[in-house]
Design a binder for this molecule. Structure first.
Ligand SMILES: Nc1nc2c(c(=O)[nH]1)N[C@H]1C(S)=C(S)[C@@H](COP(=O)(O)O)O[C@H]1N2
Ligand SMILES: [Mo]
Length: 311
């Protein structure tokens, strides 16, 4: 096993699983989450899953890193802020408004969106900041939901919005705001319908910790992590390319496509290599893969496109 500093050994490895789960639940919300966990279908319930043909060969990053080194600016801009501040976010009940160019718009309860049996999908996760992890998501294809609401022929893009809730999201409070809220993201419709694109509700077989985007977040494994928008409350089918948060913040640094590409550098740093998180102090940077290793599956979406222009 790779070297890790002793204090960073995940508690799941040194504590019996049942004790670990209870302790984690208690930490998550002063006992509230643990109580909710006793109700069917609520926080910390084990999820029913089936294996997937995608990503089965990857070795996941330890859970402790996945749940404590996060980007979720609604809870603060530091990597530890989300795990420290997101515990009390109300994630149940939850609904998602689906509107725009669809035959069946409406506000759907989470229970009506999430299939009873989901898939285990272990994917590479590459942040534009040049660090990476391997995350064993639990989720289902976004195409399942989109098919249900019946996109109209005029729909060309899918826009997503995160919750705005300053009373529970301390990063949205105060005079100085690092980003415009709500956090918004978007995909071309064919990217959204691709079988690799999922809505995740869990990781490591259990419901998503709030810091990872509970109760429902997008995962687009061949794109930089900021495309994978968290805690989604609205999905809108549009004819025009929708605005996206990081593009609005710095359009010369973050494009709409944001496909992982070792040959197109960020203006301020190289994207040729990345730093795997959780590999220990001695771990080496590793080469970044074209489309984050999903080239065979997704390259055909971009045939004939200049990926330097459409970065
Ligand atoms: N709403 C929202 N979604 C977000 C972010 C955010 O700040 N707010 N950060 C993004 C970035 S930059 C990354 S790398 C991933 C991080 O996901 P993780 O914390 O589960 O690893 O979430 C993305 N989704
Ligand atoms: Mo990121």
């Amino acid at each position: 096993m790779a070297y890790r500093p002793v204090h960073k050994i995940p508690s799941s490895e040194i504590t019996p699983k049942s004790v670990y789960l209870n302790r984690r639940s208690l930490m998550a919300g002063a006992g509230a989450a643990f109580a909710a966990g006793m109700l069917p279908g609520h926080a910390w319930a084990k999820l029913e899953t089936k294996p997937s043909k995608y990503g089965a060969d990857l070795k996941p990053t330890a859970e402790e890193y996945i749940t404590s080194y996060n980007n979720f600016y609604e809870f603060g801009t530091g990597k530890a802020d989300p795990s420290e501040n997101a515990g009390s976010l109300t994630t149940s009940p939850w609904s998602v408004k689906v509107d725009g160019l669809v035959a069946k718009p409406g506000t759907l309860a989470l229970e009506d969106i999430v299939p009873k049996v989901q898939e285990d999908r272990t994917y590479r996760h590459r942040c534009v900041e040049a660090w990476s992890m391997v995350i064993p998501w639990v989720g289902f294809q976004l195409s399942d939901l989109l098919t249900k609401v019946e996109p109209l022929g005029s729909a060309k893009y899918v826009a997503f919005e995160t919750l705005v809730r300053p009373d529970e999201m301390p990063g949205q409070k105060g005079f100085f705001q690092p980003l415009d809220w709500p956090y918004v993201e978007g995909l071309r419709l064919d990217e959204a319908m691709h079988p690799l694109t999922i809505l995740a509700t869990g990781l490591y077989g259990e419901e998503l910790p709030n810091q990872n985007g509970a109760p429902l977040r997008l995962v687009v494994p061949w794109k930089y992590g900021f495309k994978s928008i968290k805690s989604i409350v609205r999905i809108t089918l549009t004819e025009k390319e929708p605005p996206t948060t990081w593009n609005k913040a710095a359009s010369n640094e973050y494009g709409f496509y944001s496909n992982v590409n070792p040959n197109v550098d960020h203006p301020r740093w190289s994207q040729a290599t990345e730093r795997p998180i959780g590999g220990g102090l001695l771990s080496q940077r590793q080469p970044t893969l074209m489309f984050n290793g999903y080239e065979d599956e997704v390259a055909s979406l971009y045939t004939g496109m200049d990926l330097k222009k459409y970065f």
